[in-house]
Design a binder for this molecule. Structure first.
Ligand code: ZN
Length: 215
């Protein structure tokens, strides 16, 4: 495992900063423009990130108290929250993103060693130790910082994070389900994440098949 708690906590902070800088200075109209994710505006992405901070906060609370608090009440509730949030104004969304991220960071900073070892259940139904929580959050803020489509690319993300992400996606997708591809670490990671990746080639030198979206 190439990731530890200190690294993933730092990545969550880095990703939060990348999102905040991507969003700073965007007009209402630019907030409402298309993101890199099919069918989602930037507002959908920001609403998802803010709701995700709160949902992940539920897992932090679970770890701290031992009381089972799932991320989302249901997949429908998760989708409805994103849809509602996408209709907020840019200022409100920016505040929601900033405050929810700060609240989550503060809650994670207070967890004891014992709490980090508590088992919690993710929205996908996986049982994981709470120490996975900062990794889950760093994936969201890092990858969606690129999805905000304000000019950031995977090459702007830390090398260690990209390496950990490739390992994670290989493990989740199943190594056999993913063709071997060649390219820069950033492009290969983008490809594995189901994002547009130029400069990635398959073993035979041709274009690899596009992978389904991830996250
Ligand atoms: Zn996401």
């Amino acid at each position: 495992m190439a990731r530890d708690l200190a690294a993933t906590l730092a990545w969550a902070e880095t990703g939060t900063r990348l999102c905040a800088s991507a969003l700073s200075g965007l007009s209402e109209e630019e907030y409402g423009a298309a993101s890199a994710l099919p069918g989602w505006t930037r507002k959908h992405v920001v609403a998802h990130l803010a709701a995700n901070a709160e949902a992940i906060g539920n897992l932090v609370r679970w770890a701290r108290t031992g009381e089972e608090t799932p991320m989302y009440a249901s997949p429908q509730e998760r989708a409805a929250g994103i849809e509602r949030g996408s209709r907020l104004g840019a200022d409100q969304l920016a505040r929601w993103f900033t405050e929810s991220a700060a609240t989550l960071a503060a809650a994670m900073a207070e967890l004891s060693d014992e709490a980090w070892r508590t088992e919690v259940v993710t929205a996908q139904g996986r049982t994981v130790p709470a120490s996975e929580i900062p990794w889950m959050r760093s994936r969201e803020v890092m990858v969606h910082a690129v999805d905000l489509a304000t000019g950031l690319t995977f090459a702007d993300l830390p090398d260690g994070f990209l390496r950990a992400l490739r390992e994670d996606i290989h493990a989740k997708r199943g190594r056999d389900a993913v063709p071997d591809v060649e390219g820069s670490p950033a492009d290969v990671t983008a490809y594995l994440a189901g994002r547009p990746a130029t400069g990635v080639t398959a073993a035979d030198g041709g274009l690899p098949p596009a992978l389904p979206p991830w996250l």
